[in-house]
Design a protein around this ligand. Sequence first.
Ligand code: AP5
Ligand code: MG
Length: 208
Amino acid sequence: MNIIITGAPGSGKGTQSELIEKKFKITKISTGDIIRNEIKKKSSIGEKIKHEQQKGLLIKDTIILTLIKKIIKNKSHILFDGFPRTLGQAHFLSINNIKIDYIINITIKKNIILKRLKYRLLDKKSKKIYNLIYNKPKIKNIDDYTGTNLTTRLDDKHGVIKTRLLDYYKNIKNIINYYKNQSNAKIIKIDGNNKINNIFKKIIKNII
Ligand code: AP5
Ligand code: MG
């Protein structure tokens, strides 16, 4: 089973991916996490893309596909979080015979996004996502599992969020239409303006 999870910034892709990964034997691949990792490592790719990423711009397909190629090698049962975001990336999956079974499209109201991202915290090691209001760690600012200090994301700034949102709305219709026209993938629209566990229950109901 291969799944794509998509939705605007802050819609809860990462949060739901954590839960899906835990429940099913599926490999989660988040291009956002991969990119942040490259930047943190200061790899040659990381150095090349850090300015674009911090401005909230999409990274070029050639770079994303180089990173993805390495990671998906010999893997099956993949949950793609935030990938594909362009027709080029969707086409890459098709020509590599990666058949998508489900596309989980989380919808969310714009006014909720800002609040969620303003209070987001994450652990750089475990990649676990928290929220100061909606999804608190057991101990303030400390990851429940690794015990390390939580951080914020550099691209969670008002202006940058605006750019990320524009990119999302520009590309999402093309991606959905691509899969509607060229595959048997089941497209599942999920209302993201709901509690984390309720959203998760709805997702499970649709993919089992
Ligand atoms: P990426 O990391 O994918 O960011 P994004 O798409 O902007 O989405 P987010 O990660 O911000 O939100 P999310 O939907 O995962 O929400 P989360 O679960 O964290 O990409 C970042 C950048 O990398 C891009 O801008 C681009 O530069 C680059 N990039 C990545 N992929 C690329 C690609 N394929 N091609 C080109 N460039 C690419 O939740 C948000 C907050 O809300 C958290 O605090 C969480 O605890 C809370 N929350 C979640 N669900 C709920 C709920 N139901 N109720 C209350 N709070 C909730
Ligand atoms: Mg995410």
